[in-house]
Design a binder for this molecule. Structure first.
Ligand code: AP5
Length: 217
């Protein structure tokens, strides 16, 4: 099963993808996580990517597409299937993906801008294992420490109010058209977040229900 999880910044893509991968036994491929690993390195590519991410802008298509291709063509990813988090987010990326592999379904997350801004400004991430927390809505057991690996939690540089607004504008102009590219071609599972305190497990149940109704495999 090859899935895409799609939605604006802060809609919960990473939170739900990390749970779905364990339940469905598929690989999670997050381009945001891959780029956050790359920027830790000391290389011209790292410098280039760091600048785009810091400004909340998209990394150029040619870099993202080659990175993505190299991951999903790995034998273990091909064999297990995957969930793509953060890709494709331009029409050019969607067209390139069509040539690389077949997608079984797209999960589309719908969330109000108010919830997004509140959640992103209170998000924290583990430096070591990248587990996602929220200081208000999804707290770790001990403040600042990852429940899973004991790693230190940090706030992403692109989670500042001005950068969040820019990322949302880029989503509207560059990423939303991707939905029209897929409409009528692959099944959609559309899930709305009813309120800010809807628990992730409840959202994951809704996604699984939607997928089950499609009878994929
Ligand atoms: P990326 O990391 O993909 O960022 P994004 O799409 O902006 O999405 P986010 O990671 O901000 O949000 P999310 O939807 O995963 O929400 P989360 O689960 O964390 O990309 C970062 C940058 O990399 C881009 O700006 C770009 O520069 C570059 N990039 C990446 N992919 C690219 C591509 N394909 N092309 C070009 N450039 C690319 O949830 C948010 C918060 O809400 C968390 O605190 C979480 O704990 C909380 N939360 C979520 N759901 C719940 C819930 N139900 N209950 C309680 N808390 C919840």
């Amino acid at each position: 099963m090859n899935l895409i999880i799609f939605g604006p910044p802060g809609s919960g893509k990473g939170t739900y993808a990390s749970r779905l991968k364990s339940i469905l036994g598929i690989k999670e491929v997050s381009t945001g996580d891959l780029f956050r690993d790359i920027v830790q390195q000391d290389s011209p590519l790292a410098d280039k990517v760091r600048n785009y991410m810091k400004r909340g802008e998209l990394v150029p298509d040619e870099i993202v597409i080659e990175l993505l291709r190299s991951i999903i063509e790995k034998p273990e990813v091909k064999a297990k299937g995957f969930i793509l988090d953060g890709f494709p987010r331009t029409l050019a990326q969607a067209e390139a993906l069509d040539k690389i592999t077949k997608i079984s379904a797209i999960i589309v997350l719908k969330v109000s801008e108010e919830i997004i801004i509140e959640r992103l400004s209170t998000r924290r991430i583990c430096k070591k294992c990248e587990t996602i927390y929220n200081v208000k809505y999804l707290k770790p057991k001990a403040e600042g420490v990852c429940d899973k690996c004991g790693g230190e939690l940090y706030q992403r540089e692109d989670d500042k109010p001005e950068t969040i607004k820019k990322r949302l504008a880029i989503y509207d102009s560059q990423s939303k058209p991707v939905l029209e590219h897929y409409r009528g071609k692959i099944p959609f599972v559309e899930i709305t977040t009813p309120s800010i305190d809807t628990h992730p497990e409840e959202m994951v149940e809704k996604i699984l229900d939607g997928l089950q109704k499609l009878n994929l495999n």
